[in-house]
Unconditional design. Structure first.
Lengths: 241, 152
């Protein structure tokens, strides 16, 4: 191989220095330095990957915490709403939760976590956070009660439409119907349906008229109701005492 | 055989929990435990299906409020009905007839005492139950009865 004289000298000098370093007492020192830096690099990589893992875990936990706080915020708002309702209407509300449901799809009955020990009794009315009727208590045990929801086929309650039209609300699984309203009475779609309970001094709203039908062979209106209450599976239920 | 029975019991427990907790709210108008008993009576012996029917019916009645017709009776009748038909007719299409007829009969049984239930809800129940049963049957057959399928 052809190399100019100056370059040749440089390569020879570099080779000599390398040989000196490799076989001299500095040899160990150099290897230590090389190992130290390579180890440092590996350790850095390991710590970085460990840190990434930790951060990923923390991220998952934070996502959970954010979701939890969102849920708590929503719950807090609902409870505030209920508290406002209690103050406005001057009544006592007891917050309860649904434990299980009736296994039959042909019934709309829920078991709630308040019983005789919590002051529950048959006939008490349940409302949601906005004060709309959800159902009524039909059976009370020591630690739990059964709540019949409005759309249960056995649910019945005397109700008022508008100002003075009286009828009977009955559940029909996919909603509710108002029965026994004479077809000479004036009822219109979107009229409010409400009820008055003996121990409560304010009206409780249930829903509004969805459809009205007059059949030839009947003396009464066939009225379907659009219920206003929230789904009891998702939210708290309040019992008016 | 033991393995199959354990798998069936696990499946029935999950279906019963579905009925009690209602994770799908009231969007799904079907009774999972009824479909489970129908599945068991179609694929297992009368003795085993009767036993599961009695246990599930008892549990269902225990959690129900004044059931018009006790679930224990309905499930036992269902098992006997399915077994009777399967003994006399062997064709595969008979199974489809059994499923549809059982769901329709169950609808009328449950609806006997309620005057306000709409026809819309009944149709909803029948169609959803049949569809969910076929879906459930497809997956449970793969999980519970893969060996038997191979033997056939």
């Amino acid at each position: 191989m052809y190399l100019p004289a100056k370059l040749k000298f440089k390569y020879i000098a570099l080779g000599c220095i390398l040989l000196v370093f490799l076989f001299s007492p500095f040899h160990n020192f150099i290897t230590h330095i090389v190992i130290f830096f390579s180890r440092q690099h590996i350790i850095n990589q390991e710590t970085a990957s460990r840190r990434i893992e930790e951060l990923q875990k923390q991220n998952i936990l934070l996502v959970f915490k954010v979701r939890q706080s969102q849920f708590l915020q929503q719950e807090n708002e609902r409870l505030k709403q209920a508290l406002r309702l209690q103050e406005e209407k001057r009544c006592t509300l007891v917050a309860t939760r649904v434990i299980v449901f009736d296994p039959s799809v042909w019934r709309r009955i829920a078991v709630i976590n308040s019983g005789r020990n919590h002051g529950m009794r048959e006939g008490l009315i349940a409302v949601d956070t906005r004060g709309f009727l959800v159902g009524k208590i039909i059976e009370v045990q020591k630690n739990y009660s059964r709540l019949m929801l409005i759309d249960d086929p056995d649910f019945s309650l005397p109700v008022l439409i508008g100002n003075d039209t009286v009828g009977m609300l009955k559940g029909s699984l996919d909603g509710a119907k108002v029965m026994y309203i004479d077809n000479t009475e004036h009822v219109n779609e979107h009229d409010k349906i409400w009820c008055r309970i003996a121990y409560v001094n304010f009206p409780i709203y249930i829903g509004e008229i969805k459809t009205t039908r007059k059949s030839k062979n009947s003396l009464f209106w066939d009225i379907e109701v659009n219920l206003l209450s929230e789904n009891p599976l998702l939210y708290d239920i309040f019992i008016i005492k | 055989m033991k393995d199959k029975n354990i798998k069936i019991i696990i499946a029935l427990t999950v279906l019963f929990l579905f009925d009690v907790i209602k994770p799908f709210r009231y969007c799904l108008a079907t009774e999972f435990i009824f479909l489970g008993i129908l599945f068991v009576s179609l694929h297992c012996s009368l003795y085993f299906s009767l036993c599961t029917g009695i246990v599930c019916g008892y549990l269902k009645d225990a959690l129900s409020y004044n059931p018009a017709i006790p679930g224990i009776i309905v499930f036992v009748l269902l098992c006997v009905y399915v077994d009777y038909i399967l003994r006399h007719f062997q064709r595969k299409i008979i199974k489809i007839f059994i499923i549809i007829s059982a769901v329709i009969m169950y609808t009328f049984f449950c609806n006997m005492y309620h005057t306000t239930v709409t026809y819309g809800f009944m149709l909803f129940f029948i169609s959803q139950s049949i569809l969910i049963f076929f879906l459930m049957n497809h997956f449970l057959e793969k999980w519970i009865l893969p060996q038997e399928e191979n033997d056939e």
